[in-house]
Design a protein around this ligand. Structure first.
Ligand SMILES: O=C[C@H](O)COP(=O)(O)O
Length: 318
């Protein structure tokens, strides 16, 4: 990952001046979604780039050591070797960016990756994921424990109650404490945009999270009714851009929740390229949080290489 965002003093004046032009955001979103996507070899290359940006995720009540182990092995070998070979990409060390699990499964993931001699980081959701409705003490302890167990990235959820009631100062101080608890681990801050009510709140929460030192801001837990959408992403990436212009600190962006198709991943990459530029098209500044996207990407790459769609048994690990 790139240099950390050290954060800045809370600037409440900046937060209170925020206004978002709702119709303009929707128009921009429609435009981005209507653009023609790259095709053929370019598309295959973009899909491989998308793979390297995936936080390969399992966040289920029935997660076990064995399905976490399987997830880690898939993260190490995300695309079948023969397909990569046909594209002259078999020696490029393509893996996903991270694996993302619940705190109780961190040790399983760390152990599997270590045994496989892989340096892929383990990311853990924390702070009472997904609702964040536990005491601050418990949420902080959860972060510390995940770091102690070997997580190198922590995906925290914000306290939506504070955001919805305009308690930005309190939210800032909570996030600062999470950042301290993360230590060397990189912190991604989940805004749960589907529960924030308005684009203005999304922009304000993005700013406060970055001021408090978030290394990434992330749209959603994947458990809200509305998760990652293009309009909300435009609001967040523009907050990232404004924060960068004002402070010189680059903050990453992670859309998550409901991202399932290769085409989705191409749209997300297009959005990043158009709104933030090529510098944000790499895993240290862009992640796709997804539990089932990789299967469709591998399927599309199979089609690009062979001209046929794979039968289920041909991509068994997907
Ligand atoms: O953080 C990642 C999300 O929980 C993944 O959501 P998903 O299962 O809809 O891909």
């Amino acid at each position: 990952m790139s240099a950390r965002n050290p954060g800045i003093e809370l600037d409440l004046g900046w937060v209170s001046r925020v206004r978002v032009n709702h119709p303009a955001v929707l128009r921009r979103a429609q435009k981005i979604q209507s653009w023609k996507l790259v095709k053929k070899g370019w598309q295959a290359a973009w899909l491989l780039r998308a793979v390297t940006c995936i936080d390969l995720t399992t966040l289920s009540g029935d997660d076990t050591p064995s399905n976490v182990q399987r997830l880690c092995l898939k993260a190490i070998h995300p695309i079948r070797d023969d397909l990569l070979k046909s594209m002259d990409m078999d020696d490029k060390g393509i893996t996903t960016a991270a694996v993302c699990v619940y705190p109780a499964r961190v040790t399983d993931a760390v152990k599997t990756l270590k045994t496989a001699k892989s340096n892929i980081p383990v990311a853990s959701v924390a702070t009472g994921f997904p609702a964040g409705q536990t005491s601050l003490k418990t949420r902080l302890e959860e972060v510390r424990q995940a770091v102690e167990d070997g997580a190198r990235e922590i995906d925290i959820v914000i306290n939506r109650t504070l955001a919805l009631t305009g308690q930005w100062e309190a939210l800032y101080h909570e996030i600062c404490q999470f950042k301290k608890a993360c230590g060397e681990a990189h912190m991604k801050t989940i805004l749960a945009v589907g529960e924030l009510g308005s684009f203005t709140n999304v922009y304000k929460a993005s700013l406060v999270a970055m001021m408090a030192g978030s290394d990434f801001i992330k749209t959603s837990t994947g458990k809200e009714t509305v998760n990652a959408t293009i309009p909300v992403a435009i609001v967040m990436v523009r907050a990232i851009r404004d924060y960068f212009w004002r402070t010189g600190h680059k903050v990453g962006f992670k859309p998550a929740g409901g991202i399932r198709t290769a085409k989705d991943s191409l749209i997300w990459l297009t959005l990043m390229k158009e709104e933030l530029g090529d510098g944000w098209l790499k895993p240290d500044l862009f992640r796709l949080g997804a539990s089932s996207l990789l299967a469709d990407i591998e399927r599309q790459i199979y089609h690009y290489v062979t001209g046929k769609y794979a039968a289920y048994h041909e991509l068994p690990m997907a």
